[in-house]
Design a protein. Structure first.
Length: 400
C-alpha cells in the first residue's frame, strides 16, 4: 500500500510545480541579482515577481516589507533581536509558554546573559492564552511581544490582532511566528497592527532553506546578518534565488488552494478524529476545538508512549509525529501539552496528525483501520494500563 504522510506541520512535500519553476535558476538564469549586466537584471526581475507573489499571500501593503531569510528560525531571531536594539530603554519581552523552540530557546539565552527580562504567559487546558496575565505583564519596559499565530502541535489559534493592539498601547512592537498559519489561514497584513511576521517556505509546499520576515513599513529594523546591501540592507548575503523563486510559486499556489484548506482538509481532520475516538477508548483531542488550524489534530492516547505508537505506525506506512520535529528525541512530554496541564499519562501518548491538500479520504481510512490494533497492543504491554485495570477493580497493592 502507498505510504500515508500526516506530518505536514513538520514539513510538506515540495509541489512539483514549485520545483519546475525553480529549476531554470540553477542552470540557465544563474546570474547574481546584484550584478549590473543582463544576467543579473534577468534574475532581479524574477525576484521581484516572487516578492509580489508572497506579498499577495500575506496581504502586505508593500512588497519591500518582505525580508528573505533562511527560514522561520532566522526570521524569529531577527525580529526579536532587532526589537531589543531599536526599542531604546526597553528590555522586557513577552511570549507564551507554548512557543516554538526558535523563540523560547533564544529568549532563554537572552535572559541567561542578562540581556532581557522575559515574561512567559501561560495557557489554559485548551491552549488558549491567559489574557489577564498577558495584560498585567505589559509595561513601558516591554520592547516586543512575540506570540505565535497558531500552535504547531495542537493547532490552537491565538488572537494576534487583539494582542498586537494591546502591545501598541504600551509602545511595544508585536511579532508573530506565523510559520504554521501562512498558507492555511487568510492573512491581510495591510489592515493589521502586526509589526513583524515570520514564515517558512517548506511548511507550504515550498523548498527548505528559505523563509521570510515581514517588517511593516515604518518599523525600525536592525539586521541580524550584516555585510552587503541585499534586501535593502536588512539581510546581507547573496540571495537564495531558486529558494525565493520557489517560495513565490508556493505562495501563489497556497492562495489558490486556500478555500480547499479551509473546507476539504478540515473535513479530513474531523473525520479522522471522529473515527479514532469512536474506536479507541481513553483518548481525546487536545487544543481549542472552536479555534484551530484546519489541518491539525493532536490526539492523546492514555497510558502508552508516543514513540512506540509512532514506530508501529511507521511499520504500517503511516507517518505522524509526537510534537515539534525540532524537539524530537526528547523523552520528556511536549512542553506545549505540559503547559496545558495535560496529564502525564496522556501527554506521553499524544500524536499529532497534520494534513495537507495532498491528503485523501483513503489516507484517513488507512489510519482509522490501523490505529486501534496498535493502541491495543501497546496497552497490553503497558504497566500503567495494567495498574489502571487493577485500580478500577478495587485492587489495593498495600494490602495484597
Amino acid at each position: 500500500m502507498d505510504p500515508v504522510y500526516l506530518d505536514n506541520n513538520a514539513t510538506t512535500r515540495t509541489d512539483p510545480r514549485v520545483v519546475e519553476t525553480m529549476l531554470p535558476f540553477f542552470t540557465e538564469q544563474f546570474g547574481n541579482a546584484s550584478s549590473m549586466h543582463a544576467f543579473g537584471a534577468q534574475v532581479g526581475d524574477a525576484l521581484g515577481k516572487a516578492r509580489k507573489q508572497l506579498q499577495a499571500l500575506l496581504g502586505a501593503e508593500f512588497d519591500h516589507e518582505i525580508v528573505y531569510t533562511s527560514g522561520g528560525t532566522e526570521a524569529d531571531n531577527a525580529a526579536i533581536l532587532s526589537a531589543l536594539e531599536t526599542q531604546v530603554g526597553r528590555d522586557e519581552i513577552i511570549t507564551s509558554a507554548v512557543e516554538h523552540p526558535a523563540v523560547l530557546s533564544l529568549l532563554a539565552h537572552l535572559e541567561k546573559i542578562g540581556r532581557a527580562k522575559v515574561h512567559i504567559i501561560g495557557v489554559d487546558s485548551m491552549g488558549r492564552l491567559d489574557m489577564e496575565a498577558f495584560s498585567e505583564a505589559l509595561s513601558p519596559a516591554t520592547a516586543i511581544v512575540s506570540i505565535m499565530w497558531a500552535n504547531n502541535e495542537t493547532g490552537t489559534i491565538f488572537p494576534v490582532e487583539q494582542l498586537a493592539g494591546l502591545a501598541h498601547r504600551v509602545g511595544a512592537l508585536f511579532h508573530t511566528d506565523a510559520v504554521q498559519a501562512v498558507g492555511k489561514l487568510p492573512i491581510d497584513l495591510s489592515s493589521s497592527q502586526i509589526d513583524m511576521l515570520s514564515l517558512s517556505g517548506h511548511k507550504l509546499h515550498g523548498p527548505k532553506g528559505i523563509g521570510a520576515l515581514y517588517v511593516r513599513k515604518g518599523v525600525r529594523f536592525r539586521p541580524l546578518i550584516r555585510g552587503g546591501h541585499q534586501e535593502r540592507g536588512r539581510r546581507a548575503g547573496t540571495e537564495n534565488v531558486p529558494g525565493i523563486i520557489g517560495l513565490g510559486k508556493a505562495a501563489e499556489l497556497a492562495l489558490e488552494y486556500m478555500a480547499e484548506e479551509q473546507t476539504r482538509v478540515a473535513a479530513l481532520r474531523d473525520r479522522l478524529e471522529k473515527g479514532l475516538l469512536q474506536r479507541i477508548g481513553n483518548s481525546f483531542v487536545t487544543g481549542d476545538p472552536s479555534s484551530r488550524l484546519p489541518n491539525t489534530s493532536n490526539v492523546a492516547f492514555e497510558y502508552i508512549e508516543g514513540e512506540a505508537i509512532l514506530l508501529l505506525m511507521n511499520r504500517e506506512g503511516i507517518a505522524a509525529s509526537s510534537g515539534s520535529a525540532c524537539t524530537s528525541g526528547s523523552l520528556e512530554p511536549s512542553h506545549v501539552l505540559r503547559a496545558m496541564n495535560v496529564p502525564y499519562t496522556a501527554a506521553h501518548g499524544a500524536i499529532r496528525f497534520s494534513f495537507s491538500r495532498e491528503n485523501t479520504d483513503t489516507d484517513v481510512d488507512r489510519v482509522i483501520e490501523a490505529m486501534p490494533p496498535i493502541i491495543e497492543r501497546l496497552r497490553e504491554m503497558s504497566p500503567f494500563w495494567r495498574e489502571r485495570d487493577k485500580q478500577a477493580a478495587g485492587f489495593n497493592p498495600t494490602y495484597a
